[in-house]
Design a protein around this ligand. Structure first.
Ligand SMILES: C[S@@+](CC[C@H](N)C(=O)[O-])C[C@H]1O[C@@H](n2cnc3c(N)ncnc32)[C@H](O)[C@@H]1O
Length: 237
């Protein structure tokens, strides 16, 4: 029950934050952690982008929790068509206004009730897996498996536990605590789920649901996985 409320708050948080979301990625305002840290961040972003762009061109990509388009714009260089799903109308509106391309189709769905009905060449999600609570992880990853054709790929990016990753007024709780408090620029407060994975653990979870994946980390900020679907997942939640 507690988790249900927090999952609803997560959607409300990202909707309310839509206009200030990109400040996090571009290290602006509360996310500006000084030149040295910012440079480390951008260098590590470049490493992850290089890994993503090693993927050969594909036809159809599904992007889950697409947000304001930071990664959607990268995916445009890989896939002919992109299907972007997010629960927040506000972030989808920003994504659409930035990219505004017929090759990107947008859908507003809650990923915890969404049912996949198509298989894609590549399923991508950035900074989303960390917001999936542990009790819903298997069912979510099973749906990811159902969205990828056999031999198709997944690419996942997420955060490592590093205090300078988040805003300077966010207290990064102990990494065993699955809930974190987040504020907007105006001080509004929300509770969200945030899980930090270790590479081996993520690789094992992906294996359990039919993906063979290589999981890597950058020095401070990111964990990323590139995998291939070997088999259909058995539903095991
Ligand atoms: C940390 S942001 C990541 C956005 C984007 N992938 C990026 O890397 O910039 C998390 C995203 O998940 C979306 N979200 C939150 N709860 C959701 C849910 N239940 N179903 C679908 N999307 C959700 C938010 O609206 C937000 O855009």
């Amino acid at each position: 029950m507690m988790t249900d409320k927090i999952l609803q708050q997560q959607i409300e948080y990202y909707s309310a934050r839509a206009n200030e979301y990109d400040e996090w990625f571009y290290r602006i305002g509360r996310y500006d952690r000084g030149e040295k840290n910012n440079q480390r961040w951008f260098n590590e972003v470049a490493i992850v982008k290089d890994a993503l762009h090693k993927i050969s061109a594909v036809d159809d990509i599904l992007e889950l929790a697409s947000g304001t388009g930071i990664w959607t714009q990268e995916l445009l260089g890989i896939g002919k068509k992109i299907t972007a799903i997010d629960a927040s109308e506000e972030v989808i509106a920003i994504n659409r206004s930035k990219l505004g391309l017929p090759s990107v189709k947008y859908y507003i769905f809650d990923l915890f009730t969404w049912q996949p009905d198509t298989e894609y060449d590549l399923v991508f999600f950035a900074f989303w897996l960390s917001h999936v609570p542990p009790n819903l992880l298997n069912s979510f990853l099973t749906k990811v498996n159902q969205s990828v054709r056999i031999g198709g790929q997944i690419f996942i990016i997420d955060s490592r536990f590093e205090p300078t990753s988040t805003a300077n007024n966010h207290i990064l709780e102990d990494d065993r605590n699955i809930y974190q408090t987040r504020n907007l620029n105006d001080g509004q407060e929300f509770q969200i789920v945030k899980i930090f994975y270790q590479p081996d653990e993520l690789q094992d979870k992906l294996k359990q649901v039919g993906f063979q994946a290589e999981v890597k980390i950058t020095d401070n900020y990111f964990i990323y996985a590139h995998g291939k679907k070997l088999s259909n997942a058995l539903y095991n939640s």
